[in-house]
Design a protein around this ligand. Structure first.
Ligand SMILES: Nc1ncnc2c1ncn2[C@@H]1O[C@H](COP(=O)(O)OP(=O)(O)OP(=O)(O)O)[C@@H](O)[C@H]1O
Ligand SMILES: [Mg+2]
Length: 204
């Protein structure tokens, strides 16, 4: 049996990650791969409580980063690692690249501190594949306007999302072996086809 893979979905708010999750699930189903879908912050009962706080309560940027990694420590130890060890693939809507993009790029937190937390919580553990849904900030903003209620991050200004997007693209350039950048300005159907191709090559 092929080693279980850990796939993460990244991109600014409104990029279309959640929309494409069902397409990824369908691709894995058709390949007969067992998987579980999860998200960050969240993915565990404690993580979901932390998510609620992170999305709605104002706090210092360092507190925000620490809570993100606290949620991640719980997620890794109780969900992600056990699933992978049992041969189940794990697909996570956001993971550590989001900490570098939002708390690092967006909020201006020192990357060295984030790298220390990454090392502490994960050691050398990294995703096997990171799908970066890349879209111009204005396009994502227009999509989000359709939502009735916005969280703390979605309330941020375009300049903030511009920095988050740039930080994501920097990481994609730095770790080309695991990143695939998806043009998320394309119609959903086109993106879905691209995702099917990418998932199929993972299984070769
Ligand atoms: N390719 C696309 N073209 C046009 N609209 C899209 C596309 N993908 C998603 N949308 C719409 O954009 C909105 C945001 O999409 P979605 O919730 O999937 O984004 P997200 O990346 O998961 O955002 P968040 O980070 O806030 O969870 C939704 O209303 C969705 O229907
Ligand atoms: Mg989403």
């Amino acid at each position: 049996m092929k080693k279980a893979r850990f796939i993460t979905l990244e991109g600014i708010d409104g990029a279309g990650k959640s929309t494409q999750m069902s397409r990824i699930e369908a691709a894995l189903d058709s390949l007969g791969i067992g998987y579980l879908v999860t998200r960050e912050p969240g993915g565990t009962p404690l993580g979901e409580k932390l998510r609620d706080i992170l999305l709605h309560q104002d706090m210092h940027p360092e507190t925000e980063a620490l809570l993100m990694f606290a949620s991640r420590a719980e997620h890794l130890s109780s969900v992600i690692r056990p699933a992978l060890e049992a041969g189940t693939w794990v697909i996570s809507d956001r993971f550590t690249d989001a900490s570098f993009a939002y708390q690092g790029g967006g909020r201006g937190l020192d990357y060295g501190k984030l790298a220390m937390l990454e090392q502490w919580v994960q050691g050398t553990f990294r995703p096997d594949l990171t799908l970066l849904f890349d879209v111009p900030v204005e396009v994502a903003r227009k999509r989000l306007m359709k939502n009735a209620s916005l969280d703390r991050f979605e309330h941020e200004r375009d300049a903030f999302f511009g920095r988050v997007r740039d930080a994501y693209l920097d990481r994609a350039a730095r770790f080309p072996e695991r990143f695939v950048v998806i043009d998320s300005g394309a119609p959903p159907e086109e993106i879905g086809e691209r995702l099917e191709e990418v998932i199929a090559t993972l299984c070769l």
